[in-house]
Design a protein around this ligand. Structure first.
Ligand SMILES: *Cc1c(COP(=O)(O)O)cnc(C)c1O
Length: 364
């Protein structure tokens, strides 16, 4: 990525772009084109909406966290009629609630949901929701920003109509790339979608894929980085192996926090991307997360929105590995003791190590 810049219309970049576009289809598990845009995650979320819907369209949004709220905000900003399903933060949506909204609003043109709601560390039941949208004239639009590359979610097989992700989560890159794919059904919606679009015009990007690669100047360095990421994954067992590693890290984190006596934020349907826990009420969450970072040099995430100051989230996706989980737990244990909470040092780490030992049994 730090190599001298190459021209995006030259043969060298053309080969890289073709390779990356094909590997992205493998990652999404789709026959359809994956468009790679110079945009952040929210940019491709917005493109998912503006390329498939028309002003005044009715959409159903799963609001189970900060990013669910973002879908609703994007919908309203684009003049859609948004019907939200409010879900308690920390819980997954019940597909029956989605079905009830679809019955109530049979004119709904799309259901918008996160696969992994990063703010609450919840995984939503995509298969069950897809079973509802598949047989209706309604799209399933999915924010897969912390699920693509983390959990096996084959786009075509599940019946996801629009899937988006971004470079800075499981893909281990700096921010700045957005990836998005549309199902055949979503392309049909696109053909009559009347919301305005110019830069983030997915049909234009799709039509450029076979020729120049991208409609406008792409984020060349990031795409070269993505090429290297796909190589790295291929040389370490492919995506199926990555999903197994992710699951193991997530189970280790949950076991570790539980052994420490911290309550999981999403006990019923946890995301394998990050693990959230409630902090003891005696602990000021904001100060706790800051102290971890500034005093101990370990960065975890605090709570967002209504969870601010109450929870911490340990990310274990992408570049995070076995010993990052151990370090994270060790730092939390020590910081809890420092904050005067009841904690038995080493307990969380021991429980996580017992789970992580599987990794090394697997490797033999
Ligand atoms: C990080 C994240 C986003 C936001 O992506 P940006 O690149 O910051 O716009 C959206 N949805 C989910 C689920 C995320 O984890």
């Amino acid at each position: 990525m730090a190599a001298p810049m190459i021209h995006h219309r030259g043969p060298e970049f053309g080969r890289i772009f073709d390779r990356v576009a094909r590997a992205s289809q493998e990652l999404f598990a789709t026959r359809e084109a994956v468009m790679i845009l110079a945009a952040g995650g929210t940019g491709v979320m917005e493109a998912a909406v503006s390329n498939t819907l028309s002003p005044g369209d009715c959409v159903i949004v799963v609001e189970a966290g900060k990013f669910g709220e973002r879908w609703a905000e994007i919908g309203r900003a684009w003049g859609l009629q948004v019907h939200g399903i409010e879900v308690e933060w920390g819980r997954a949506v019940d597909a029956a609630a989605v079905e009830a909204q679809l019955e109530l609003h049979p004119e709904a043109r799309a259901v918008l949901v996160q696969h992994s709601e990063t703010s609450t560390t919840v995984l939503h039941p995509l298969e069950d929701i897809a079973a509802l949208t598949r047989e209706r004239d309604c799209l399933l639009i999915v924010d897969g920003i912390t699920s693509v590359g983390v959990v096996d979610a084959p786009m075509d097989a599940i019946g996801i109509d629009v899937l988006v992700t971004a470079s800075q989560k499981a893909l281990m890159l700096p921010p700045g790339l957005g990836l998005v794919a549309l199902s055949e059904k979503a392309w049909q919606f696109n053909a009559c979608a009347k919301l305005p679009r110019y830069y983030l015009d997915l049909a234009k990007e799709r039509d450029s894929l076979g020729g120049h690669g991208s409609a406008y100047t792409p984020a060349i360095s990031l795409i070269k980085g993505l090429d290297a990421v796909y190589d790295l994954i291929e040389n370490s067992g492919g995506w199926s192996e990555a999903y197994r590693r992710q699951d193991l890290l997530a189970r280790a984190a949950r076991a570790g926090f539980s052994a420490l006596g911290l309550r999981l934020l999403a006990p019923e349907s946890p995301s394998p991307a990050a693990t959230g826990v409630w902090l003891p009420e005696t602990v000021d969450g904001g100060g706790f997360v800051r102290a971890l970072r500034d005093v101990m040099g370990v960065t975890v995430a605090g709570g967002q929105g209504r969870l601010r100051g109450k929870v911490l989230r340990l990310g274990h996706l992408g570049y995070q590995d076995t010993f990052d989980v151990i370090v994270g737990l060790a730092a939390v244990e020590m910081a809890l003791a420092r904050a005067g909470a009841q904690v038995e040092l080493g307990r969380g780490v021991a429980a996580a190590e017992a789970v992580l030992a599987e990794m090394y049994r697997m490797a033999e």
